[in-house]
Ligand binder design. Structure first.
Ligand code: GLP
Length: 210
């Protein structure tokens, strides 16, 4: 593991984009893991800049999302599929049909979780996972106490996470769903490379309640 302290979020975004560019240079059809939350946005912006400049292409890449809210309508702007479309897919040249996420609207959520695990395995696993971290230490939506061996499953969001994420729902914590589908920690740890970005004092070790 390498810990890199950056002086600005921009610098961290450039560094992460550099790692992704290097991977795609070697392996144009690489499988990326994409995260939501505000922290990775700077990486997606930098990737978009490089694609626009012609320095980088994600045209052959595939991507898997980490998690999804359960029950948000298909057109809800905070549905993670829609967030990833606006913040990542629309900024780069990846084929949107090659970006996959857990189906939070499936009639049978347990089956959807198993299908998602199989889709990741069938793609050969994730080459590089972009990760953020919640203020309670959650990774994807694996709240504190999640098993290190966990796989994609239904989880109940911690009240701290719902409070944190209320900012994306007009400040209304009641509008934040209670449940989600999330890759497990065991799933995430199978990625061949993980780049985790964390910004600001709210993410300091010792502050997170893990
Ligand atoms: C959400 C996402 C996580 C993300 C976290 C932190 O809960 N499910 O994947 O790491 O938010 O978000 P931020 O980067 O905005 O602090």
């Amino acid at each position: 593991m390498e810990v890199v302290i950056s002086t600005t979020p921009n610098e961290a975004g450039r560094l992460a984009a550099e790692i992704i560019q290097e991977l795609l240079g070697r392996q144009p059809a690489a499988v990326l893991g994409v995260a939501t939350g505000s922290s990775p946005l700077i990486i997606y912006e930098e990737l978009g800049r490089r694609v626009t400049q012609g320095a980088l292409s994600l045209a052959k890449a595939r991507a898997f999302m980490l998690d999804e809210y359960v029950g948000l309508p298909a057109d809800h702007p905070q549905r993670y599929r829609n967030v990833i479309t606006a913040e990542f897919i629309d900024k780069v040249d990846i084929d949107s049909a090659q970006v996959y996420g857990p189906d939070g609207l499936a009639a049978d959520l347990v089956t959807a979780c198993g299908a998602y695990e199989r889709a990741i395995a069938d793609a050969g696993g994730v080459d590089l996972q972009i990760l953020g971290i919640g203020t309670d230490g959650h990774i994807a939506f694996n709240e504190p106490g999640s098993s290190l061996a966990s796989r994609t499953r239904i989880k109940t969001l911690a009240s701290q996470t719902r409070t944190d994420n209320a900012r994306f729902f007009g400040g209304d914590v009641e509008a934040v769903p209670h449940h989600c589908l999330t890759q497990g920690i065991g799933t995430i740890l199978q990625a061949r490379h993980i780049a985790l970005v964390a910004f600001g004092r709210r993410k300091e070790i010792g502050r997170a309640q893990v």
